[in-house]
Ligand binder design. Structure first.
Ligand code: C5P
Length: 203
């Protein structure tokens, strides 16, 4: 079984994907980590974020066994990731890896799983929430980890990142006609999880 979960930043899709994978006994891939890893390596090596050939080379050589979730979760890395994610050569370099991962059954979450990576997924979920709610969650998450977080700055960044992710020419974030919409603005993770399980069970 392949479950494709797409949605904007801080919508709760990652937490939901992990819970569903554990519940269903499937592997899970947070595909945002791949774009984050490419961006982090460019930043660490002092390389430009807008040079497509260099970014694609980094993407091709990515060691997926060594992804440091904690380091990659930094807010600035997410911003940089959405800049490298607009480049077709970067996306092409990461395509096979994601399809191979999905081949034996998995839960994948990202922006283009239902549209490009796994268009034939058994279940597609589009997880979203209002920008205000997402910014609040992200601010609280950072604060809980002892990191300084300014709500207004985070909200502005999220809105900018949404526009970049949904407005790009290649693999933009969008809900497909066959995806089930889960708006988590007024839901806790437990409720969202139960709704997702109901959707999966009904298929
Ligand atoms: O989901 P996360 O915030 O970790 O993703 C970071 C960035 O990576 C996103 O803003 C998006 O630009 C990019 N991304 C993507 N396609 C995916 C997953 C992430 O373009 N499947």
């Amino acid at each position: 079984m392949i479950i494709a979960i797409d949605g904007p930043a801080a919508s709760g899709k990652g937490t939901l994907a992990r819970r569903l994978a554990a519940h269903l006994g499937l592997k899970h891939l947070d595909t945002g980590l791949l774009y984050r890893a490419v961006a982090a390596e460019l930043l660490n090596r002092g390389l430009p974020l807008d040079d497509e050939a260099t970014a694609a080379e980094v993407a091709s050589g990515l060691d997926t066994g060594a992804l440091d979730r904690d380091m990659l979760s930094a807010h600035e890395v997410g911003e940089a990731a959405s800049k490298v994610a607009v480049m077709p050569a970067v996306r092409a370099a990461l395509l096979k890896l994601q399809r191979d991962f999905a081949a034996t059954g998995a839960v994948l979450d990202g922006r283009d799983i239902g549209t490009v990576i796994c268009p034939d997924a058994d279940v597609k979920l589009f997880v979203t929430a209002s920008a205000q709610v997402r910014a609040r969650r992200r601010t609280d998450e950072l604060a809980a980890r002892g990191k300084a977080a300014d709500f207004d700055a985070i909200l502005a960044d999220l809105v900018k990142r949404d526009a970049r992710d949904a407005g790009r020419a290649v693999a933009p974030l969008k809900q497909t006609a066959d995806a089930h919409l889960l708006d988590t603005s007024e839901m806790d993770i437990e409720t969202a999880f139960r709704k997702a399980v109901d959707i999966i069970d009904s298929i």
